[in-house]
Design a protein around this ligand. Structure first.
Ligand SMILES: C[S@@+](CC[C@H](N)C(=O)[O-])C[C@H]1O[C@@H](n2cnc3c(N)ncnc32)[C@H](O)[C@@H]1O
Length: 333
């Protein structure tokens, strides 16, 4: 069982390597092995049964499978509700080839993957913008689809009345994923309302214990809208969160979001300086290489160039939309 680091505020920061997960179907997914172990551990040991587990962003069910197995092992009852638009897209196809056309409904694949693991799983096909919740208290909210402030505000609006302080766990899968810096900045905006509880080494997940009700509507916008923050405040918020992370790989990933946040804030010189100063390990370097070959490069060109990444090579024939847009911007026409 992972232990809390007494030097920190009781948070558990671990790869959850000693968690024994029962044998489960091998489902393609976007979470790391340590995150899969963690989700099983979380649902089996931290869920008291006073509320549901809600997953936002399910894909083919890898995270849901581990939450569902944990729910069953915990034996305290409750239901896992999984929300996704369940429409096949480019990102899904890059992970696995199911032979589905873009736009196809893949909820049946998700349901087949979960079958037999836990009977209390419900899949809801919906857009984040149309989220509704009428099923009572939520004890674990696993957030793996909303990455932008606008989406996070919708989630807080919908679930705030159903999340009880000192009971609810807020799990952010993309807490330390650099282009998703809106996630940690929103958490910084929540300030004392949340307390860092778990950090998953080898992944990008962090979990917070709710300590006071989440803000909604205009209150939420005022507290969380980091687009109105100065570049200095943005840096202080992300650096402040990073200081509380002992796990080096997660801290580095989180800090890698600072240049992206500064770039979007228009502080481009500062973004370039921060990008140059980042410390990378091999995993982070590989992750940035993958991003540098795709759409992220186009948006944050100066950040990638500052790290020594080259512009993506032009395809010999045709070309992706991203490359065509880049050619138009750089060369005109
Ligand atoms: C990162 S993937 C989830 C990965 C999954 N948790 C796993 O373990 O493999 C994010 C999912 O969120 C869904 N999604 C993204 N944006 C959405 C939106 N605006 N509304 C509904 N679903 C969305 C996508 O369809 C995708 O399956």
């Amino acid at each position: 069982m992972p232990m809390a680091d007494p030097a920190r505020s009781g948070s558990i920061q671990s790869d959850f390597g000693d968690v024994v997960v029962p044998s489960l179907p091998d489902v393609p997914g976007m979470i790391k092995p340590s995150e899969a172990r963690y989700l099983y551990w979380l649902a089996s040991t931290c869920h008291s049964g006073r509320g549901s587990i809600v997953e936002l962003g399910s894909f083919l069910g890898k995270s849901a499978l581990h939450l569902a197995a944990g729910l069953r092992a915990g034996g305290r009852g409750g239901t896992l509700h999984c929300f996704d638009r369940f429409r096949w897209d480019e990102e899904h196809a890059a992970k696995v080839d199911l032979g589905l056309p873009f736009g196809a409904d893949y909820r049946a694949y998700f349901e087949a993957n979960l079958r037999g693991v836990c009977d209390d799983v419900r899949a809801h096909a919906c857009e984040l913008g149309e989220l509704e919740w009428r099923d009572g208290p939520v004890e674990i909210l696993f957030v793996d689809a909303p990455k932008k402030l606008r989406e996070l505000l919708v989630v807080f609006d919908v679930f705030a009345p159903h999340l009880e302080p000192d009971t609810a766990w807020l799990v952010f899968q993309d807490f330390a994923h650099a282009p998703s810096y809106a996630v940690p900045l929103s958490i910084a905006g929540l300030a004392e309302r949340v307390e860092l509880a778990h950090v998953v080494a080898g992944g990008s997940t962090a979990t917070f214990r709710l300590r006071a009700p989440l803000p909604r509507g205009d209150d939420a916008r005022r507290a969380l809208d980091f687009r109105t923050w100065s570049p200095e405040r943005i840096v202080a918020a992300l650096d402040g969160l990073a200081e509380r992370i002992d796990v080096l790989d997660v801290r580095r990933k989180l800090l890698a979001g600072v240049p992206f946040a500064l770039w979007d804030r228009g502080a481009r010189d500062a973004a370039v300086r921060r990008a140059r100063a980042l410390e990378f390990d091999d995993d982070l370097q590989r992750h940035w290489e993958r991003m540098a070959g795709g759409k992220t490069f186009e948006r944050y060109e100066g950040v990638f160039l500052a790290r020594g990444f080259a512009r993506p090579a032009l395809p010999r024939r045709g070309g992706t939309d991203a490359v065509r847009r880049w050619v138009r911007r750089v060369f005109g026409g």
